[in-house]
Design a protein around this ligand. Sequence first.
Ligand code: SF4
Length: 481
Amino acid sequence: MGGFFGIISKSPCANTLFYGTDYHSHMGTKRAGLATMNEQGIIKRSIHRIENSYFRNKFEDELGEFSGNKGIGVISDNDPQPIVLRSHLGTFAIVTVGKINNLEELGNELLSRGINFSELSSGQINPTEVVGHLITLEQSFADGIRHVQDKVRGSCSLLLMTQDGIIAARDRYGRTPVVVGVRCGQEGTAIAFASESCSFPNLDLQLERFLGPGEAVMAQAGSLEETDLNSSLSLKQLLPPREKLQICTFLWVYYGFPTSAYEGINVEEVRFRNGELMGKEEEYQVDSVCSIPDSGTGMAMGYAVGKGVPYRQAVAKYTPTWPRSFMPADKERRALVARMKLLPNADVIRGTRLVCCDDSIVRGTQLKNNVGVFLRNGVKEIHVRISCPPLLFRCPYLHFTSARSDTELITRRIILAQKSDNLNPYIDPETPEHVAMVEGIRREMNFTSLRFNSINNMITSIGLPKEKLCTYCFDGSGCGK
Ligand code: SF4
């Protein structure tokens, strides 16, 4: 999915930029990049692969080379960023989060207008460079961002670093978040933008507000002179928020860090409520509940309260020697690494009727392997509870999985095996087709029982009206391009 962080401050920003970007490491596994601009307008940029290493290890040694009071950083699941462009609007650096489905079409359009590309990602045009060039087709950054929002099919939130300041713009439908933070303390006055609000507290940044869908704002050095930084007036609005919000529901279910919030709604609170509602609905007698760490843990704690059974750490992740994103290319070795990371606590598992909570099932391979740990350690019954409904459609708006086709989703494989090509009945949990699909997954995965959360429970836990949430991957509904 990816996440970004940007800062403009009255003092050198490299340290805050470094840690602020690092706090987005859970959002992506492929590339990371930083760029700063000094008072002379000179940009220092660096991009590294982070597949087999931590962000911090890659950038720590060169941190002293970043100078200036403003900077942007990104953790990217896709293209190398930031991109630096010299244009009629001035020299700027740009980072993006999202997915452009009409990349080729946009690229061809730009080529036909005589624009050349300098960056390639796996032989493809770099999506962030395309966005940068689309902006430069207009006469101002504000008009350029509006142009991007009108042209891109998919989603695109962005940060731009210009000579005048930092611009933040949220995706047209707000599928990914952008949050504003301010600092007025000893570390020096600053305004920051981030995908994840969890990046703020340790950097003494106060959460100021969330940008609305399509909204663009600019933090300027001049604005930092204003006395009341706790007012959103310290930001100059370039584009007002649009009406329609379609924020990704999966941020709360899976992507988000537990201490982050989107639209003012905390991730951990949602996961807890999700689990509590499922626990209250539970019909099986069980002894305890555990989670597949980490994103299932908030749900499992809520489930424990809802059902009235103890939460136990039946498995623990051994992380000290395994970078989170460590992904060997070889499939067998990948499975081995996943298994090595998860340590069972046989004394807690043996002979119990155990509920295991997890965030979602995509292909099912990982969960099947994880639950194999319980079976090998003498569990009597293993009941799996998933905090969202079955994933029936691949996400067209974010780089959610590496799945290249819908049939890689376990739901679609089971539906295919049931020789059905009409997906509609599988969306409604009350239909025999949906029940048969869940039973097919349960049998294949060797669980005692399997329940997915209902879409209503999930929406109730988040607390926003359904029309403000993207739920496309669960029910195929949604709006826009
Ligand atoms: S389709 Fe799913 S993963 Fe994609 S934006 Fe919508 S809710 Fe999020």
